[in-house]
Design a protein around this ligand. Sequence first.
Ligand SMILES: Cc1cc2nc3c(=O)[nH]c(=O)nc-3n(C[C@H](O)[C@H](O)[C@H](O)COP(=O)(O)O)c2cc1C
Ligand code: SF4
Length: 499
Amino acid sequence: MSVTAPERKRVRHPVPPAKWPTREEAARSRWFSPITLGTRLVAAERTWVPAMVPWRATDDGFVTQDVLDWYARFAEGQPGVLVVEATGIRDIPSGPLLRIGDDRFVPGLSRLVETVREASRGRTRLFIQIIDFLTVRRRPEPEKYFMRYLEVTDPLRVQLALWLDDKRWREAPEDEVRRFLGEADRVTLETVLTDRELEALDYGYRERVWDLHLPWIRELPRVLPGLFAEAARRAQAAGFDGVELHYAHAYTMASFLSRLNTRADGYGGTLSHRARLPLDVLATVRARVGPDYPVGIRYLGDEVVEGGSRVDDAVWFGIKFAEGGVDYLSVSKGGRFEDAKQPKIGEAVYPYTGESGYECMPTVLSDARGPFGRNVPLAAAIRRALRGAGHATPVVTSGGITTFEQAEGILERGEADCVAAARQSLADPDWFRKVRLGLGHLVRRCEFTNYCEGLDQRHKQVTCKLWDRKLDPTEPTVRLASDGKRRLLPPSWTAPSAD
Ligand SMILES: Cc1cc2nc3c(=O)[nH]c(=O)nc-3n(C[C@H](O)[C@H](O)[C@H](O)COP(=O)(O)O)c2cc1C
Ligand code: SF4
């Protein structure tokens, strides 16, 4: 359910006009000035490409030539920092998502590091985002759900007997219960099924970190620190400049931090209990990679779901992470399952379809505030609190950033230390370099209408609609996506002068 839904998405906002700097102005700017991340890693500039999943890995999680080409293309734009997509820390099948849950993934990831180093001519610092996620099943055919997936429990039988005023249902054969429910009307289902059973029927089964009745969920606090630490060790072995712990959006670690986390085993409920596992993971990772290897955290400044964590929680967590020795905090917003739209039968729920999803990747159809720089106040509040507590931890902001002036203003006002752009960098991965060279007028501007996100939702190779404006599929150098209709990579660009 949405917190502020009624006033949303009424106004179509124009993409803000840009006044681009000259090359000299860019050279003097804050955005193009260096920053140290951790004890000694220097990024040449404060421009940043946050993690974006492009759906280009093999089905068993290995780096492909398409993955290499994708990151090489971003690296050609020479951002200060480029973060590789959410990469799974477990050694389990997870579709074409990159994985880092075993040493066999390291050689491919090393090639990725070399590719980015070469394509950016050593200018871009490369991080990898590491993630854990719980089981989310597709929305089932109702018949299959009742015949196969639903567990016929004693409480369900009791509900049925009460609702139908017939004790016989307490003892009825399981098959009969299943058949009855398969044909029952909605009122009956809503009366006799639990909220979770109804959710599994309507949205697909989804685990929660507070499902303590499931042994593997109970064990998460014992298992995850080691899994994250091993993944971080592999990232280090592969040559990444640092690792980013994914504590944001709809995934396991964000859910531990959530106010919705009611675990009663010391890992849920109060702020300090919710932060306990995330801090344990940070400490175990740190111990594994040593004091000088950069370790960042991406987390939510606001979950934007009813009953979820808000900026006050995020401020508190930020200070704890800084005390725990994190090297940067990248602040995102929303992107939760709780308010996601109902998927079609056969599809899985996608955490960017509700109000919280809107806040994560805001589009031009917005409320009066508009989508541009919308999440900056969260980063600013966290940074203010960090500085107040004596921590110099760099803070990264993202969300609707598309001009030099926006980024420079954010840095000038002390709202963040690095300014990230995901979709603008997707629209034109050369944009940082163009701006730095005084060629901002050549930037292909993102339209913030989320064609790319629609592809991500369907797990299709992510591309930008603007790349296809001048598409001639017969051109031999153009590689197409697997549907044969879109460029797989942005059009190439060659800088007219040396830099
Ligand atoms: C296609 C796509 C994939 C994304 N994948 C990730 C991801 O793997 N990890 C993550 O933390 N954020 C992910 N995001 C969110 C972005 O990093 C970013 O926070 C969001 O798009 C808002 O920034 P923007 O307005 O600059 O696009 C993704 C965004 C897009 C568009
Ligand atoms: S597809 Fe649309 S929202 Fe996505 S990067 Fe391209 S212009 Fe921006």
